[in-house]
Design a protein around this ligand. Structure first.
Ligand code: ADP
Length: 254
């Protein structure tokens, strides 16, 4: 500020100010810690595939001449791992770009958007895509980002479900909000994992061990986008099995 700070002699006011100042300092401190953690996690996630790639390059260098058969296998490994790193870096960039943005929000019909997404995706995945009818589903949000959110949830529902299963979209009125549910009949998410699935780089052991491709960033990005739309995202069990992700979007300008 350019003006000089108003210096108060009222002890109550000084006390309040110092509390406010402390609060700000703490939140700034937390912010710095979070960024630090983010850089540490990202480096860790990149270090492992990179070490693998270097290992296979060495393998080809040392033994590629005598053992020709290892070359294509190693190249496949290098190819897959470098693709994984590329995807990871793209996701990281997307996340960091979203740190300081304000999305332009408008009114649009969520059901129309769902129809568009379903038509496009049904050809690409084996699971059956179904949505229930609801006429008035106008929301106040950013359409591109809502499309990204739904696509991320759909991607996961597809990855973590058997081919012969159904992915259902339900749209319902819920007070000031429209609630979108994405229900799958896949492997589900344990109660221990549920609180963490929106964290950056978090992957349930089951997904890591079953070698399902992923970075653990999809839901972190989706949650950030939901935030920018002033909405909410939660996860529950689907009954009798599978997962249910719920996105709430505002019906009107808050
Ligand atoms: P990933 O790239 O690993 O899929 P996400 O951030 O999209 O990362 O999801 C984080 C983790 O949450 C996943 O690794 C998986 O363990 C779990 N998960 C997300 N969606 C589902 C789902 N529909 N069914 C089962 N598990 C899921």
């Amino acid at each position: 500020h350019h003006e000089s700070l108003p210096i108060s002699s009222d002890p109550q006011e000084v006390h309040d100010l110092s509390i406010e100042f402390n609060r700000l300092l703490r939140s700034l401190n937390n912010q710095v810690l979070r960024e630090h953690q983010f850089v540490a996690d990202a480096s860790h996630e990149l270090r492992t595939p990179l070490a693998g790639v270097r290992g296979h390059i060495n393998l080809i260098r040392r033994h590629g001449q005598e053992h020709r058969d290892i070359v294509p296998t190693s190249l496949d490994y290098i190819d897959a791992e470098s693709l994984r790193m590329q995807r990871l870096i793209e996701s990281l960039l997307r996340l960091s770009r979203m740190d300081h943005v304000d999305l332009a929000l408008t009114y649009f019909n969520l059901s129309d958007l769902l129809d568009k997404i379903i038509t496009r995706y049904q050809q690409q995945i084996p699971q059956q895509l179904v949505r229930d009818q609801l006429s008035d589903t106008r929301v106040y949000a950013n359409q591109d980002s809502v499309e990204q959110i739904i696509t991320a949830l759909l991607d996961n529902a597809h990855k973590y479900s058997p081919a012969e299963s159904t992915i259902t979209f339900e749209v319902a009125n819920a007070g000031d909000c429209i609630q979108l549910k994405v229900l799958d009949q896949g492997i589900g998410i344990s109660d221990q994992d549920k609180p963490h699935v929106f964290d950056r780089f978090y992957r349930a052991d089951q997904s890591r061990s079953q070698k399902i491709v992923g970075s653990g960033l999809g839901l972190a990005i989706a949650a950030r986008l939901v935030d920018l739309n002033h909405g909410q995202i939660t996860v529950q069990d689907n009954i009798p099995y599978g997962s249910c992700f719920i996105v709430s979007l505002n019906k009107t300008k808050p």
